[in-house]
Ligand binder design. Structure first.
Ligand code: CU
Length: 196
């Protein structure tokens, strides 16, 4: 199969998706328009093949998640996601600090488990790199249905404290955590942690 972004024929009938019957096994061109008024990507299906893979009966194993208990936490850290003045300008900060590539706000040990208390002034979706975590509570209330399972982002409404349980496995090194609202992230609401 070849894919190219070159000139393709007209997209069909203004319909998002593809221009010809898709997945019928037909040879020929399949042109993705992706909702745009022009062709975005053309797949040229050059031959037919057999699909031999299987979908596993169980897609995910939550054993590790279920065994991750807050009694395993070595410490609790608190991070305030708040608007603060930096150099005479109002910025979005974490614990009053705007993003600084050289500033490390936490140094968890590889293999350790910690609780982070994420506190907001206004609504901030808080996102950690490297790790997935478990939402323990929201301002003393049980997690919401949408908090179930591993998370890499927790959506924290104004004035809430989200307690999350983080097991730092993977790799040592420097990673960021940040507000996932790009306007906030771009106005400094990002910080480093270093797994040591
Ligand atoms: Cu934010």
């Amino acid at each position: 199969m070849l894919a190219d972004l070159g000139q393709a024929g007209p997209a069909g009938a203004g319909e998002p998706g593809v221009t010809s019957a898709y997945m019928e096994g037909a040879l020929g061109d399949v042109i993705l328009v992706n909702g745009a008024p022009w062709p975005v990507l053309r797949f040229r299906v050059a031959r037919q093949e057999k699909e031999s893979s299987d979908v596993p009966a169980r897609l995910s194993n939550l054993e590790e998640f279920e065994h991750l208990d807050e009694s395993a936490a070595d410490r609790t850290r608190r991070f305030r996601f708040v608007r603060s003045a930096i150099g005479g300008q109002t910025m979005w900060t974490i614990n009053g600090e705007g993003f600084d590539p050289d500033l490390i706000q936490a140094r968890p040990e590889l293999g350790s488990t910690e609780i982070s208390e994420l506190i907001t002034d206004v609504h901030h979706p808080v996102h950690l790199h490297l790790v997935h975590f478990k939402v323990l509570s929201r301002s003393g209330q049980p997690p919401l249905a949408r908090d179930a399972g591993w998370k890499d982002t927790v959506d924290v409404p104004p004035g809430q404290v989200a307690r999350v349980l983080v097991h730092f496995d993977g790799y040592r090194g420097k990673y960021v955590f940040r507000c996932h609202n790009l306007e906030h992230e771009d106005m400094m609401m990002m910080a480093n942690f270093e797994v040591v």
